[in-house]
Design a binder for this molecule. Structure first.
Ligand SMILES: Nc1ncnc2c1ncn2[C@@H]1O[C@H](COP(=O)(O)OP(=O)(O)OP(=O)(O)O)[C@@H](O)[C@H]1O
Ligand SMILES: [Mg+2]
Length: 308
């Protein structure tokens, strides 16, 4: 398990992590969702023992990460956002190099290497220099390096970034399998569908703070039960809000030429909504409607869409 209590980290005047607390229980798959610069990597770095917190405590399986770093490192695996691979070395040589930093017996390291090369599907290519690998293969090798010592707690920082959907599915299947085997997993992603499909619970984070935590269905309650309507057209946020100011609905986000609204079950329906907008002189060129999902929750909480 992972326990994070009131974690803080400043870079100069910037509050990169501003009082974050959460717990991930044993075997749980916990997602960290947030826009660029939200503080995800900084938080993971403090949990993994790479970056010293200004304040706060972190423990993994009840071992204090900053009090007993060696014991904690034995339990923790980190798969970093930025690939740390030596291009001229082979996959095996990379694993042996990085794996040697865990100070585990050589035989154990080699057994772990063969197991994880196999599980990430790189066994046949393990002798080749990494410079010959595709982006997806490099991501899989990055994963094998983080897993070589069979950690009980795994931190994955955007493990599927920049790879094609097929390669992504392979990685996600593996992450799911590892969690089912009882490994505690904290992972960050920019893909809402990925988080929705994979995570037991999710924390939405922005500006160094957790805005909301819960399962996908718990989070969905943030926007209510009503349908989510997205509008595009020739209107401003101010015009839209004026026309709809007495209606029972929630504006999740409104900008120049686009808006996302959450309808209330006992409020205005889509047809009447469009009529009112038309009567108010707002030209709507495109309308779509969907059930509440993580995207609408994210939009409501952060006021932003999540993009790659
Ligand atoms: N070493 C550093 N020195 C100064 N500022 C930093 C440093 N590392 C991170 N920051 C800043 O701290 C904030 C949080 O960065 P962090 O990398 O944790 O965000 P993130 O949520 O991982 O973003 P992304 O989705 O882009 O990976 C950002 O504003 C970033 O510019
Ligand atoms: Mg990051």
């Amino acid at each position: 398990m992972i326990r994070v209590e009131a974690l803080h980290k400043n870079f100069g005047n910037l509050r990169a992590v501003d009082g974050i607390s959460f717990e991930v229980s044993e075997g749980e798959l916990f997602g960290f969702l947030g826009p660029n610069g939200a503080g995800k990597t900084t938080t993971l770095s403090m949990i993994s023992g790479l970056l010293k917190p200004d304040q706060g405590r972190v423990s993994v399986n009840d071992i204090d990460v900053w009090g007993s770093p060696k014991e904690a490192k034995r339990i923790l695996g980190l798969v970093p956002q930025d690939l740390a691979l030596y291009e001229t070395l082979s996959a095996r040589e990379n694993i042996l190099f990085w794996g040697s930093l865990y100070h585990i017996p050589r035989a154990e390291l080699k057994a772990g290497m063969e197991l994880w090369l196999d599980r990430v599907g790189l066994k046949d290519r393990a002798k080749e220099p990494v410079s010959k690998f595709s982006g997806g293969m490099k991501r899989r090798l990055n994963l094998a390096i983080g897993l070589v010592h069979n950690p009980r707690v795994l931190l994955l920082d955007e493990p599927t970034v920049g790879i094609d959907p097929q390669a992504r599915h392979k990685i996600l299947d593996l992450i799911r399998a590892i969690a089912q085997e009882g490994t505690t997993i904290l992972f960050t992603t920019h893909h809402l569908e990925e988080a929705e499909a994979l995570c037991d619970r999710i924390a939405i984070i922005d500006h160094g703070k957790i805005l909301q935590t819960g399962s996908v269905s718990e989070l969905a309650q943030v926007v209510g039960d009503g349908d989510i309507v997205t509008l595009h057209g020739a209107f401003t946020a101010a015009q839209l809000k004026t026309v709809l100011k007495n209606e029972k609905m929630t504006v999740l986000n409104a900008a120049e030429q686009s808006a996302t609204l959450s309808l209330h079950q006992d409020g205005i329906n889509l047809a009447t909504l469009l009529q009112k907008l038309g009567a108010g002189g707002l030209e709507v060129t495109d309308v779509s409607m969907q059930k509440p999902n993580l995207e609408s929750v994210f939009l409501k909480l952060t006021g932003r869409e999540l993009r790659d």
